[in-house]
Design a protein around this ligand. Structure first.
Ligand code: ASP
Length: 311
């Protein structure tokens, strides 16, 4: 069931030296948490077609959402402890518009519902039954998102019912994406089924603007993955963008945001991974634990890069 194999031949170890990866200028690119080549390539292709970072990050997010083998996002996502697959997603554009959905059930593409919230309502966030009603009004269809294999995993989990998120394992594996469009504008997105076997009603950081995603076109963008409770309590993506505004590189800003968590919370047996991008096209990442990586597609080329980590 492990979705990621870390030691792929395309993996680079550059970021593990703690250096900010440098891009020549702010050329178009799509960057995403974890090893998610199909998503960044789909995002890149869309970006090449329309030119827009927002279209790119949405298209990228839709890939794991529709993948039954990705047990942390959309279709095939592990359910909560009551057997419901509940989804959180958000999206943000370069002029500060944002949309999100939380606790949404039965819709394959929550990222597109979040975009519709942003573009077609006066609100930022819709939740649960209200989000579902809005999605149906917008023409989205209800589907059963609980696959046989995710149901089996849940039934297996129920035998002991232990709540123990496993570091870097599929219980948290959210995709967060950032993109630079052809005009140099920055957008971000995030989508997840949240922690596996969470309490019914639990909402994580993934739909929280400033938590799992934040963009400010004067500065850059950031996104997060991992145990969302700690991202929410430190408003990680907002923090990273603000640190970059004060002059930090994306790499240093991610490190500082991780250190806020490390210093404040003694228990560290969990993973948080941050990924950030600035207006110059420089990017960086940092995590609490080893094993976090990210994927970038730029100039039509795709690389998986290992992140440096605190541990
Ligand atoms: N951050 C997500 C959550 O807490 C989990 C993940 O990153 O996979 O819901």
């Amino acid at each position: 069931m492990k979705r990621r194999t870390f030691l792929q031949t395309s993996t680079l170890l550059g970021a593990s030296l703690g250096a900010t990866a440098k891009a020549a200028s702010s050329e178009p690119l799509i960057i995403a948490t974890w090893k998610n080549e199909k998503a960044t390539i789909a995002g890149w292709n869309k970006l090449m077609e329309t030119g827009k970072a927002l279209d790119g990050v949405e298209a990228g997010a839709r890939i794991p959402e529709a993948d039954p083998n990705d047990t942390s996002v959309g279709y095939g996502g592990y359910p909560d402890r009551d057997g419901h697959v509940t989804l959180d997603a958000c999206i943000m554009d370069h002029v500060g518009n944002a949309g999100s959905v939380t606790f949404l059930e039965g819709i394959m593409h929550p990222i597109s519902v979040a975009r519709a919230v942003m573009e077609k309502t006066p609100h930022v966030m819709l939740s649960g039954a209200g989000a579902l009603k809005f999605a149906l009004d917008q023409g989205f269809k209800v589907e059963n998102l609980l696959t046989e294999s995710s149901k089996k995993a849940w039934e297996e989990w129920k035998k002991e019912s232990k709540y123990e998120p496993v570091i870097n394992i599929e219980r948290h594996d959210t995709i967060g994406l950032l993109g630079i469009g052809k005009a140099g504008e920055i957008a971000g997105a995030c989508t997840t089924s949240g922690l596996a076997f969470k309490m019914h009603g639990r909402v994580g950081d993934s739909p929280i603007i400033g938590g799992a995603v934040f963009c400010d076109d004067e500065v850059g963008g950031a996104c997060a993955t991992g145990l969302g409770e700690f991202v929410m309590k430190t408003l990680g993506s907002f923090l990273i963008v603000e640190l970059m505004r004060q002059g930090m590189s994306p790499q240093k800003a991610c490190e500082e945001a991780v250190m806020r968590i490390v210093k404040r919370y003694k228990y560290k047996e969990f993973q948080i991974g941050y990924l950030a991008l600035n207006k110059k096209g420089e990017y960086g990442a940092y995590a609490i634990q080893k094993g976090f990586n990210y994927t970038i597609t730029k100039n039509g080329k795709t690389q998986v890069i290992e992140s440096a980590s605190y541990m």
